[in-house]
Each structure stands twice: as C-alpha cells, then as structure tokens.
Design a protein around this ligand. Structure first.
Ligand SMILES: [Mn+2]
Length: 310
C-alpha cells in the first residue's frame, strides 16, 4: 500500500494535484494507493477542489499493519514533510525545489525525481506518459494538473518555466479541449478569495527564514489583477508584516497580468536593504518597490543567500 502525501504546513494546488493525480495513476495500474494530506490547503486551492473528496486527512488505520510505503510530492526537505511520513519508508519523491537531490538519490535511487522545472505537476504528467496512461486520465485529474502548472509557473511568466511545463499543458489542453478561460477564471477566483480574506491568505503563504545576515520574513501573494488589493488593503498588509518576528519583512506581490512584482516592505529599512543588493528593483515610494519582470520568493531568497550566505 502506498500513501501519497506532501508537506506539513500548507498545500498549494501543485502539491494537491500531484498527490491526487499520482494516486489515480497507481490505481489505474492496479496498485493500492491512498492520497492523505493533513496540512491545510492554501488560497491557490479553489473551492471546487475543496468540496470534493480528493484526499483523506488521516492515515488509514490499517496503514501500519499493511506496511505502508510513502510517496512525497512537491517537497524534498524531510523537515517539511507531512507529519504522517516515516522517512525510512519513503520510496518515491517528486519535487522541483533544489537542495536534497543527492540525499534522495543515495537513499532511493530512481525513486527520486527532483528537477528544477516550473511545477511538480509536470513531473506527474510525465509519469502518465511513461506509463501510457494519458488516455485513461479523467477530466478532474487533467484540470488539476493543468491549473497546477499554470499556477506554479504564473501562467508561464515565471523564469523557472521550462519547455516541459508548456508541453504538458499543451497536451492536456488539446486532449481535454480546455479553453483559455480556464486559467483566467482560476486566477480570478484566487484573487477574490485573497481579497475577501487578506490576513488569512498572508498567513498561509509566509515564510520566516534565517540567513547569513539575520532573519527575513517573506509573505507572497500571486494575483491576476492586484488593483482591488492595492485599493484599501495596504493597512492589513502593513500591520501583518510589522508583527512578524524578523529583522526584515516584506510582501512579494506578484501581479501576473501585468508581468511585474510589487514589494510592500514593513518599513523603510527593509526597502533600502532590498534595493542595496537586488539590482532589478525600482523604488516607487519609501516602502514600495517594483520589478519589471515576475519574481518568485525562491528567486529573491537566492539573491539573499548569494549576498549574505545561509
Ligand atoms: Mn510546486
């Protein structure tokens, strides 16, 4: 029996799509697989993917007696695995975050598929291709994988996007006759949720990260159209940032339809600090910075590590 799961703190649509789609693939191959997620879905998981029973939130009672093995999706640092995972029983890891490739290659060999592409969902689509199962994929699985790739690559605008991500989406789009509206409507629904409950969305996508020069708190929101948020939500954002336990804190607001980022800083020191080592940021005001291309948190973090060390 395989338990397919992901991370500990929250799951995004990429993690959820991988967990569900890979469980379905194993079932198609007549292998017993159960998708289990104990973490909360974040705002990238829109309501119609919450109401359906895409996964269970508890380890099945017979998991231990059946000698369950674990497949982990969209995360490879064991510190961030779902708390149900027994690390010695992990047989497969699919991820696109760097850092633990060698660790897993040594342990599970080909069971580790960790590659720097736009979405982990692309890796799972490729598993369907390898196993000749694309034609047997159902529409819900296809939609989840497609939207996960669109979401994680910021509609293909993020620089991490690879040809493999685009290829997977193109094939799914053709096979299931998806229209361009599918992605647009998805992003607009996420916008609405973020606007309705901005504090929760911020909480659900904030990372507090130690680095060579102190501690940085980075909140991230990915919005199709950020106008609504810019009109009237700045106070919520500023008070959220100011209560984070960090030396520097900012919100990385990704404005997908405008292909730019706005960085809302907790204070002027944070803005000055960011501008001092990130060449691609322009100052809009004392605490607002802007980039002219899409920037993901992991890219900003790489710049921080490059400048100040880990
Ligand atoms: Mn991902």
């Amino acid at each position: 029996m395989f338990i397919v799961t992901s991370g500990k703190k929250f799951v995004d649509i990429d993690a959820l799509a991988c967990v569900y789609a890979y469980s379905m693939l194993l079932k198609l191959m007549e292998i017993r697989a159960i998708p289990v997620i104990t973490a909360m879905p974040n705002q990238s998981v829109i309501s119609r993917f919450r109401v359906q029973n895409l996964y269970t939130t508890q380890l099945p009672p017979d998991a231990i007696s059946n000698d369950a093995q674990f497949v982990v999706m969209d995360v490879s640092d064991p510190a961030f695995f779902d708390s149900i995972v027994e690390i010695d029983k992990v047989t497969n890891v699919f991820d696109h975050h760097p850092g633990f490739e060698a660790f897993w290659k040594d342990r599970i060999g080909d069971g580790a598929v960790i590659e720097p592409i736009g979405a982990a969902a692309t890796l799972i689509f490729e598993e369907y291709v390898k196993n000749d199962a694309v034609e047997k994929m159902d529409r819900l699985t296809a939609e989840l994988l497609y939207l996960a790739i669109v979401s994680n690559t910021l509609n293909f605008g993020a620089s991490v996007t690879s040809g493999r991500d685009k290829n997977a989406c193109m094939k799914l789009k053709t096979l299931f006759s998806f229209t361009d509206d599918l992605a647009k409507e998805y992003f607009e629904e996420v916008d609405k949720v973020v606007y309705t409950n901005t504090s929760l969305a911020l909480q659900n996508d904030t990372k507090i990260i130690p680095f060579g020069g102190g501690i940085v708190g980075i909140a991230q929101l990915e919005l199709w159209n950020s106008m609504d948020l810019q009109n009237g939500k700045f106070e919520i954002i500023e008070s959220f940032l100011s209560q984070l336990s960090a030396d520097y804190a900012f919100l990385n607001l990704i404005e997908i339809s405008k292909s730019r980022n706005t960085l809302v800083c907790a204070n002027e020191q944070t803005a000055q600090w960011l501008v001092s080592f990130m060449g691609n940021l322009k100052r809009e005001s004392a605490t607002i910075l802007r980039s002219s291309s899409l920037l993901l948190r992991k890219q900003i973090l790489s710049s921080i590590y490059d400048k100040f060390g880990r």
